[in-house]
Design a protein around this ligand. Structure first.
Ligand code: CA
Length: 92
């Protein structure tokens, strides 16, 4: 596998690591998203321990309003974080 393919597979693996915990094994509940944000993106997203912040991110991602974040919805978060990281590299 190429480096990019390895990283993409890694993102799928991280999603599953949290999505399998409760309820539907292939979607993130609010609690699972909170855990993922706190453990995996604490250096990237501010206030991941703050309920209001997590609720806001969850509402922004849950496009079909089924109270779960599926993988397609999760890719919005990945794209946003990647774009911010890319911008920051050019600012530094
Ligand atoms: Ca959803």
């Amino acid at each position: 596998m190429s480096k990019l393919e390895e990283h993409m597979e890694g993102m799928i693996n991280v999603f599953h690591q949290y999505s399998v915990r409760t309820g539907d094994f292939d979607t993130l509940s609010r609690g699972e998203l909170k855990m993922l944000l706190t453990k995996e993106l604490a250096n990237t997203i501010k206030n991941t321990r703050d309920k209001e912040t997590v609720d806001k991110i969850f509402a922004g991602l849950d496009a079909n309003r089924d109270d779960q974040v599926d993988f397609v919805e999760f890719t919005t978060l990945v794209a946003t974080v990647l774009n911010t990281a890319h911008e920051n590299i050019h600012k530094a």
